[in-house]
Ligand binder design. Structure first.
Ligand code: NDP
Length: 329
Protein backbone atom coordinates (compact mmCIF):
# COMPACT_ATOMS: atom_id res chain seq x y z
CA UNK A 1 0.00 0.00 0.00
CA UNK A 2 1.03 3.64 -0.24
CA UNK A 3 1.59 6.05 2.64
CA UNK A 4 2.88 9.57 3.24
CA UNK A 5 6.00 9.87 5.37
CA UNK A 6 7.60 12.94 6.91
CA UNK A 7 10.76 13.41 4.86
CA UNK A 8 12.09 16.29 6.99
CA UNK A 9 10.93 18.56 9.78
CA UNK A 10 9.52 21.78 8.24
CA UNK A 11 11.36 24.98 9.03
CA UNK A 12 8.60 27.55 9.26
CA UNK A 13 6.03 26.90 6.54
CA UNK A 14 5.99 23.27 5.34
CA UNK A 15 6.93 22.63 1.70
CA UNK A 16 6.21 19.60 -0.53
CA UNK A 17 9.82 18.45 0.01
CA UNK A 18 9.05 17.83 3.67
CA UNK A 19 6.84 14.89 2.57
CA UNK A 20 7.33 11.70 0.55
CA UNK A 21 4.90 9.07 -0.68
CA UNK A 22 6.26 5.53 -0.38
CA UNK A 23 4.99 2.02 -1.04
CA UNK A 24 5.15 -0.54 1.76
CA UNK A 25 3.92 -4.10 2.34
CA UNK A 26 0.92 -4.57 4.58
CA UNK A 27 1.43 -6.76 7.65
CA UNK A 28 -0.56 -9.98 8.07
CA UNK A 29 -3.68 -9.55 10.19
CA UNK A 30 -3.23 -10.72 13.77
CA UNK A 31 -6.13 -11.97 15.86
CA UNK A 32 -8.54 -9.10 16.61
CA UNK A 33 -7.21 -6.92 13.78
CA UNK A 34 -8.92 -5.50 10.71
CA UNK A 35 -7.76 -4.21 7.32
CA UNK A 36 -9.33 -0.92 6.26
CA UNK A 37 -9.30 0.71 2.82
CA UNK A 38 -9.40 4.39 3.66
CA UNK A 39 -11.86 6.48 1.64
CA UNK A 40 -11.42 9.92 3.21
CA UNK A 41 -8.77 11.40 5.54
CA UNK A 42 -8.47 14.57 7.53
CA UNK A 43 -5.69 17.15 7.48
CA UNK A 44 -5.61 19.29 10.62
CA UNK A 45 -3.65 22.28 11.91
CA UNK A 46 -2.45 20.36 15.01
CA UNK A 47 -0.42 18.10 12.70
CA UNK A 48 1.94 21.02 12.12
CA UNK A 49 2.92 20.87 15.81
CA UNK A 50 3.59 17.16 15.54
CA UNK A 51 6.05 17.80 12.70
CA UNK A 52 8.34 19.63 15.14
CA UNK A 53 10.42 17.69 17.62
CA UNK A 54 9.11 19.11 20.86
CA UNK A 55 7.20 18.01 23.89
CA UNK A 56 3.43 18.44 23.50
CA UNK A 57 0.13 16.82 24.35
CA UNK A 58 0.63 14.46 21.43
CA UNK A 59 3.89 12.76 20.39
CA UNK A 60 5.86 14.19 17.45
CA UNK A 61 5.91 12.38 14.10
CA UNK A 62 9.17 10.56 13.36
CA UNK A 63 11.26 11.65 10.40
CA UNK A 64 10.98 8.94 7.68
CA UNK A 65 7.98 7.52 9.55
CA UNK A 66 4.38 7.57 8.29
CA UNK A 67 2.07 10.41 9.30
CA UNK A 68 -1.20 9.56 10.97
CA UNK A 69 -4.51 11.25 11.74
CA UNK A 70 -8.27 10.90 11.53
CA UNK A 71 -9.71 8.89 8.64
CA UNK A 72 -12.74 6.85 7.59
CA UNK A 73 -12.61 3.70 5.53
CA UNK A 74 -14.27 0.43 4.60
CA UNK A 75 -13.27 -2.80 6.31
CA UNK A 76 -12.03 -5.21 3.63
CA UNK A 77 -10.70 -7.99 5.88
CA UNK A 78 -11.37 -8.81 9.50
CA UNK A 79 -10.10 -11.19 12.16
CA UNK A 80 -12.38 -9.61 14.77
CA UNK A 81 -15.86 -10.60 15.89
CA UNK A 82 -16.67 -6.97 16.68
CA UNK A 83 -16.17 -5.46 13.21
CA UNK A 84 -17.10 -7.13 9.93
CA UNK A 85 -16.14 -6.74 6.29
CA UNK A 86 -18.17 -4.02 4.57
CA UNK A 87 -18.61 -1.84 7.64
CA UNK A 88 -17.23 1.70 7.67
CA UNK A 89 -15.05 2.83 10.55
CA UNK A 90 -13.41 5.97 11.90
CA UNK A 91 -9.78 5.30 12.70
CA UNK A 92 -6.56 7.12 13.53
CA UNK A 93 -4.25 5.84 10.78
CA UNK A 94 -4.84 8.37 8.02
CA UNK A 95 -2.23 9.45 5.44
CA UNK A 96 -2.18 5.90 3.95
CA UNK A 97 -4.43 4.04 1.54
CA UNK A 98 -4.82 0.98 3.76
CA UNK A 99 -4.49 0.52 7.49
CA UNK A 100 -4.13 -2.58 9.67
CA UNK A 101 -5.22 -1.99 13.23
CA UNK A 102 -6.96 -3.59 16.22
CA UNK A 103 -10.75 -3.51 15.95
CA UNK A 104 -10.80 -2.06 19.47
CA UNK A 105 -9.19 1.13 18.12
CA UNK A 106 -11.94 1.98 15.60
CA UNK A 107 -15.54 3.18 15.79
CA UNK A 108 -18.12 1.82 13.36
CA UNK A 109 -20.13 4.58 11.66
CA UNK A 110 -23.28 4.60 9.56
CA UNK A 111 -22.43 6.07 6.15
CA UNK A 112 -26.09 5.88 5.11
CA UNK A 113 -27.06 8.27 7.92
CA UNK A 114 -24.32 10.80 7.05
CA UNK A 115 -21.48 10.91 4.51
CA UNK A 116 -18.16 9.46 5.68
CA UNK A 117 -16.59 12.92 5.68
CA UNK A 118 -19.08 14.16 8.29
CA UNK A 119 -17.58 11.79 10.86
CA UNK A 120 -14.28 13.65 10.53
CA UNK A 121 -15.88 17.09 10.44
CA UNK A 122 -19.18 18.28 11.76
CA UNK A 123 -20.09 15.01 13.53
CA UNK A 124 -16.50 14.22 14.53
CA UNK A 125 -13.63 15.75 16.43
CA UNK A 126 -14.10 19.10 14.70
CA UNK A 127 -17.72 19.51 15.73
CA UNK A 128 -17.07 18.37 19.26
CA UNK A 129 -14.27 20.91 19.56
CA UNK A 130 -16.69 23.68 18.67
CA UNK A 131 -19.41 22.43 21.02
CA UNK A 132 -17.20 21.65 24.00
CA UNK A 133 -15.32 24.91 23.62
CA UNK A 134 -18.49 26.97 23.54
CA UNK A 135 -20.52 25.19 26.19
CA UNK A 136 -18.08 23.67 28.69
CA UNK A 137 -15.00 25.85 28.29
CA UNK A 138 -16.46 29.29 27.55
CA UNK A 139 -19.71 28.52 29.38
CA UNK A 140 -21.70 30.38 26.76
CA UNK A 141 -25.12 31.58 27.93
CA UNK A 142 -28.22 32.68 26.06
CA UNK A 143 -27.94 36.32 25.09
CA UNK A 144 -24.12 36.34 24.95
CA UNK A 145 -22.30 38.20 22.20
CA UNK A 146 -19.88 35.66 20.74
CA UNK A 147 -16.80 36.33 18.60
CA UNK A 148 -14.97 33.51 16.81
CA UNK A 149 -11.79 33.72 14.72
CA UNK A 150 -10.93 31.29 11.94
CA UNK A 151 -14.68 31.50 11.50
CA UNK A 152 -14.89 30.08 7.97
CA UNK A 153 -12.78 27.06 8.92
CA UNK A 154 -13.89 23.65 10.13
CA UNK A 155 -14.19 24.42 13.84
CA UNK A 156 -15.02 28.11 13.49
CA UNK A 157 -17.96 27.66 11.12
CA UNK A 158 -19.54 25.21 13.57
CA UNK A 159 -18.85 27.51 16.52
CA UNK A 160 -20.75 30.39 14.96
CA UNK A 161 -23.75 28.32 13.89
CA UNK A 162 -23.96 26.44 17.19
CA UNK A 163 -23.69 29.71 19.12
CA UNK A 164 -26.72 30.98 17.19
CA UNK A 165 -28.58 27.72 17.83
CA UNK A 166 -27.81 28.07 21.55
CA UNK A 167 -29.25 31.56 21.68
CA UNK A 168 -26.35 33.95 21.30
CA UNK A 169 -27.69 37.48 20.82
CA UNK A 170 -25.00 38.26 18.25
CA UNK A 171 -22.33 36.17 16.53
CA UNK A 172 -19.28 37.78 14.93
CA UNK A 173 -16.72 35.96 12.80
CA UNK A 174 -13.37 36.86 11.28
CA UNK A 175 -11.75 35.16 8.29
CA UNK A 176 -9.09 35.76 5.67
CA UNK A 177 -11.00 36.76 2.52
CA UNK A 178 -14.08 38.60 1.22
CA UNK A 179 -15.47 35.30 -0.13
CA UNK A 180 -15.24 33.73 3.29
CA UNK A 181 -16.87 36.77 4.91
CA UNK A 182 -19.77 36.47 2.45
CA UNK A 183 -20.10 32.79 3.28
CA UNK A 184 -20.24 33.57 7.02
CA UNK A 185 -23.22 35.86 6.45
CA UNK A 186 -24.96 33.06 4.52
CA UNK A 187 -24.35 30.77 7.48
CA UNK A 188 -26.16 33.20 9.76
CA UNK A 189 -23.32 35.16 11.34
CA UNK A 190 -24.63 38.60 12.30
CA UNK A 191 -21.33 40.33 11.61
CA UNK A 192 -18.24 39.18 9.73
CA UNK A 193 -15.00 40.83 8.67
CA UNK A 194 -11.72 39.99 6.97
CA UNK A 195 -8.73 40.39 9.27
CA UNK A 196 -6.72 41.41 6.23
CA UNK A 197 -8.71 44.64 5.71
CA UNK A 198 -7.60 46.56 8.80
CA UNK A 199 -6.50 45.91 12.39
CA UNK A 200 -8.71 43.30 14.10
CA UNK A 201 -9.15 45.64 17.06
CA UNK A 202 -10.87 48.23 14.85
CA UNK A 203 -13.08 45.76 12.97
CA UNK A 204 -14.15 44.11 16.20
CA UNK A 205 -15.02 47.44 17.82
CA UNK A 206 -17.24 48.30 14.85
CA UNK A 207 -18.90 44.88 14.82
CA UNK A 208 -19.46 44.85 18.59
CA UNK A 209 -19.65 48.43 19.88
CA UNK A 210 -21.07 47.17 23.19
CA UNK A 211 -18.36 44.54 23.62
CA UNK A 212 -18.33 40.75 23.53
CA UNK A 213 -19.01 38.13 26.21
CA UNK A 214 -17.30 35.10 24.68
CA UNK A 215 -14.27 34.79 22.42
CA UNK A 216 -13.56 31.43 20.77
CA UNK A 217 -9.89 31.71 19.82
CA UNK A 218 -8.57 29.70 16.87
CA UNK A 219 -5.85 32.17 15.91
CA UNK A 220 -4.06 33.81 18.87
CA UNK A 221 -1.83 36.86 18.31
CA UNK A 222 -3.56 40.07 17.26
CA UNK A 223 -6.97 38.36 17.41
CA UNK A 224 -6.57 37.42 21.05
CA UNK A 225 -5.31 40.87 21.95
CA UNK A 226 -8.24 42.51 20.17
CA UNK A 227 -10.73 40.20 21.86
CA UNK A 228 -9.31 40.93 25.32
CA UNK A 229 -9.76 44.61 24.59
CA UNK A 230 -13.42 44.07 23.69
CA UNK A 231 -14.46 41.59 26.39
CA UNK A 232 -17.12 42.70 28.85
CA UNK A 233 -17.08 42.17 32.61
CA UNK A 234 -16.84 38.42 33.37
CA UNK A 235 -16.07 37.68 29.71
CA UNK A 236 -14.71 34.26 28.81
CA UNK A 237 -12.19 33.02 26.26
CA UNK A 238 -12.02 29.42 25.02
CA UNK A 239 -8.40 29.06 23.89
CA UNK A 240 -8.73 26.45 21.15
CA UNK A 241 -5.88 27.19 18.79
CA UNK A 242 -3.22 29.73 17.85
CA UNK A 243 -2.76 29.05 14.15
CA UNK A 244 -1.14 32.45 13.54
CA UNK A 245 1.96 31.11 15.29
CA UNK A 246 2.11 27.44 14.23
CA UNK A 247 4.78 28.15 11.62
CA UNK A 248 6.76 30.51 13.87
CA UNK A 249 10.35 29.55 14.48
CA UNK A 250 10.73 31.89 17.49
CA UNK A 251 8.54 32.29 20.60
CA UNK A 252 5.80 34.83 19.86
CA UNK A 253 4.86 37.73 22.14
CA UNK A 254 1.76 37.44 24.31
CA UNK A 255 -1.18 39.85 24.25
CA UNK A 256 0.14 43.23 25.42
CA UNK A 257 -3.13 44.03 27.16
CA UNK A 258 -3.42 40.89 29.27
CA UNK A 259 -3.69 42.87 32.52
CA UNK A 260 -7.17 43.95 31.40
CA UNK A 261 -8.20 40.44 32.49
CA UNK A 262 -7.85 41.51 36.13
CA UNK A 263 -10.13 44.50 36.18
CA UNK A 264 -12.74 42.90 33.96
CA UNK A 265 -12.74 39.56 35.81
CA UNK A 266 -11.99 37.66 32.61
CA UNK A 267 -11.44 33.92 32.28
CA UNK A 268 -9.01 32.60 29.64
CA UNK A 269 -9.18 28.82 29.52
CA UNK A 270 -7.33 26.48 27.19
CA UNK A 271 -8.63 23.08 26.22
CA UNK A 272 -7.96 19.95 24.18
CA UNK A 273 -11.00 18.21 22.76
CA UNK A 274 -9.75 14.78 23.84
CA UNK A 275 -10.59 15.74 27.43
CA UNK A 276 -14.23 16.42 26.51
CA UNK A 277 -15.19 13.03 25.06
CA UNK A 278 -17.93 12.81 27.70
CA UNK A 279 -19.84 15.42 25.67
CA UNK A 280 -19.56 13.51 22.37
CA UNK A 281 -22.84 11.60 22.52
CA UNK A 282 -24.80 14.69 23.63
CA UNK A 283 -23.19 16.74 20.88
CA UNK A 284 -23.80 14.19 18.12
CA UNK A 285 -27.45 13.99 19.07
CA UNK A 286 -27.92 17.76 19.02
CA UNK A 287 -25.82 18.25 15.88
CA UNK A 288 -27.80 15.60 14.00
CA UNK A 289 -30.96 17.54 14.84
CA UNK A 290 -29.43 20.91 13.88
CA UNK A 291 -28.23 19.44 10.56
CA UNK A 292 -31.69 18.03 9.88
CA UNK A 293 -33.49 21.30 10.58
CA UNK A 294 -30.97 23.41 8.70
CA UNK A 295 -29.55 25.36 11.64
CA UNK A 296 -26.17 23.77 10.98
CA UNK A 297 -24.49 23.45 7.60
CA UNK A 298 -21.28 21.51 7.11
CA UNK A 299 -18.92 23.20 4.66
CA UNK A 300 -16.20 20.96 3.24
CA UNK A 301 -13.28 21.38 0.84
CA UNK A 302 -12.03 18.22 -0.89
CA UNK A 303 -8.77 17.23 -2.55
CA UNK A 304 -8.36 13.92 -4.35
CA UNK A 305 -5.77 11.18 -4.00
CA UNK A 306 -3.03 10.40 -1.49
CA UNK A 307 -0.48 12.32 -3.57
CA UNK A 308 -2.53 15.48 -3.00
CA UNK A 309 -2.52 15.10 0.79
CA UNK A 310 0.72 17.03 1.57
CA UNK A 311 -0.40 20.00 -0.53
CA UNK A 312 -3.86 19.84 1.05
CA UNK A 313 -2.21 20.18 4.44
CA UNK A 314 0.03 23.05 3.29
CA UNK A 315 -2.97 24.81 1.74
CA UNK A 316 -5.02 24.31 4.93
CA UNK A 317 -2.45 26.32 6.87
CA UNK A 318 -2.57 28.91 4.09
CA UNK A 319 -6.37 29.23 4.23
CA UNK A 320 -7.36 27.57 0.93
CA UNK A 321 -10.20 25.71 2.68
CA UNK A 322 -13.73 26.76 3.50
CA UNK A 323 -15.02 24.49 6.23
CA UNK A 324 -13.33 21.16 6.79
CA UNK A 325 -10.32 20.26 4.61
CA UNK A 326 -10.43 16.60 3.56
CA UNK A 327 -8.66 14.29 1.13
CA UNK A 328 -10.61 11.60 -0.72
CA UNK A 329 -8.58 8.48 -1.37
P1 NDP B 1 -9.47 25.39 9.83
O1 NDP B 1 -10.45 24.70 8.96
O2 NDP B 1 -9.91 26.57 10.60
O3 NDP B 1 -8.23 25.73 8.92
C1 NDP B 1 -7.24 26.60 9.33
C2 NDP B 1 -7.61 28.05 8.95
O4 NDP B 1 -6.79 28.93 9.70
C3 NDP B 1 -7.34 28.40 7.51
O5 NDP B 1 -8.41 28.05 6.68
C4 NDP B 1 -7.08 29.90 7.57
O6 NDP B 1 -8.28 30.60 7.22
C5 NDP B 1 -6.77 30.17 9.04
N1 NDP B 1 -5.44 30.79 9.22
C6 NDP B 1 -4.25 30.33 8.80
N2 NDP B 1 -3.26 31.19 9.16
C7 NDP B 1 -3.86 32.21 9.82
C8 NDP B 1 -3.39 33.42 10.43
N3 NDP B 1 -2.08 33.73 10.44
N4 NDP B 1 -4.29 34.24 11.01
C9 NDP B 1 -5.60 33.94 10.99
N5 NDP B 1 -6.12 32.82 10.43
C10 NDP B 1 -5.25 31.97 9.85
O7 NDP B 1 -8.84 24.33 10.84
P2 NDP B 1 -9.58 23.67 12.09
O8 NDP B 1 -10.97 24.15 12.13
O9 NDP B 1 -9.31 22.24 12.05
O10 NDP B 1 -8.80 24.27 13.32
C11 NDP B 1 -9.04 25.62 13.74
C12 NDP B 1 -8.22 25.89 15.01
O11 NDP B 1 -8.68 25.02 16.05
C13 NDP B 1 -6.74 25.63 14.86
O12 NDP B 1 -6.05 26.60 15.60
C14 NDP B 1 -6.58 24.27 15.48
O13 NDP B 1 -5.29 24.05 15.95
C15 NDP B 1 -7.59 24.33 16.59
N6 NDP B 1 -8.08 23.05 17.07
C16 NDP B 1 -7.97 22.80 18.41
C17 NDP B 1 -8.47 21.66 18.97
C18 NDP B 1 -8.37 21.47 20.44
O14 NDP B 1 -8.69 20.38 20.93
N7 NDP B 1 -7.99 22.50 21.20
C19 NDP B 1 -9.11 20.63 18.11
C20 NDP B 1 -9.23 21.00 16.71
C21 NDP B 1 -8.71 22.17 16.22
P3 NDP B 1 -8.28 32.16 6.78
O15 NDP B 1 -8.46 32.16 5.31
O16 NDP B 1 -9.46 32.71 7.51
O17 NDP B 1 -6.99 32.76 7.19
Amino acid sequence: TRQVVLASRPKGEPTPDDFRVETVDLPELADGEILVRTTVMSVDPYMRGRMDDRDSYVAPFAVDGPLDGGAVGEVIASRSDAVSVGQHVVHGLGWREHAVLPAARVRVVDTDAAPASAYLGVLGMTGLTAYAGLTAVAEMKQGDVVFVSGAAGAVGSVVGQVAKALGASKVIGSAGSAEKVARLRELGFDEAFSYRDKPVRESLREAAPDGIDVYFDNVGGDHLEAAIGSLNLFGRVAMCGAIAQYNSTEPTPGPRNLAIAIGRNLTLRGFIVGHYEHLAAEYRERATQWLADGQLQADETFRDGLDAAPQAFIDLLGGANTGKMLVRL
